[in-house]
Ligand binder design. Structure first.
Ligand SMILES: *[C@@H]1O[C@H](CO)[C@@H](O)[C@H](O)[C@H]1NC(C)=O
Length: 188
């Protein structure tokens, strides 16, 4: 492999990505709220409906949400948990690898990007509680950072193992769902 980034540490932490708190009865039919939000996420962002429902419905707080605000906060907390996990994964890879190895600047960019995204999601949870409309801008910046990491990885052709795309999918989806729900909630 061209790059000496430690792939094992990436793989080790991926198991948690799609559900920070795996729910029992995983096959129970998703709530009307989650189905409706995933339908809209499909219409607005082009996600497939099924993976959206499947990944959100694994999370207990999302299951328990009975209104848009509770759902929004649950999704944002899941996004923050996933961002923290991803940041730690990139950080471990960065720490474990010689700093001048191929691809390390991209890994460092990703540590920074996910650090920003983590802070952003935490900030937005508070903002949603306060009805602060500026959170939409923060969610846009979080999106920009996720893209920046992705571009950095692509530019040095750091090859991430397959499960990493699940992590990326999951955080992007969380972000996009939160963007949609927050805009409805705050009327922006
Ligand atoms: C990486 O190294 C920094 C600095 O030594 C340390 O603070 C951090 O906890 C390490 N992170 C991980 C995930 O090992």
């Amino acid at each position: 492999m061209a790059s000496s980034v430690s792939y094992e540490v990436f793989i080790a932490s991926l198991v948690l990505c799609l559900s920070s708190s795996p729910a029992p009865f995983a096959n129970a039919r998703a709530s009307q709220l989650v189905r409706s939000v995933c339908k809209q996420t499909q219409d607005q962002f082009g996600y497939n409906y099924k993976p959206c429902v499947k990944s959100l419905w694994k999370d207990i707080p999302i299951r328990l949400a009975t209104n848009l605000k509770d759902l929004d906060i649950a999704v944002l907390k899941l996004a923050a948990a996933n961002a923290a996990l991803t940041k730690a994964t990139f950080e471990k890879a960065f720490n474990a690898t010689s700093k001048n190895a191929n691809g390390m600047s991209a890994i460092k960019q990703c540590v920074d990007s996910y650090d920003f995204a983590l802070g952003a999601f935490v900030f937005v949870v508070r903002g949603v509680n306060d009805g602060d409309k500026s959170v939409m801008e923060i969610l846009t910046q979080a999106q920009d950072e996720l893209v920046r990491c992705q571009r950095a990885l692509a530019s040095v052709e750091v090859q991430l193992p397959m499960p990493i795309s699940a992590t990326k999918f999951c955080i992007m989806l969380n972000r996009d769902v939160a963007f949609l729900v927050t805009s409805q909630l705050l009327n922006v």
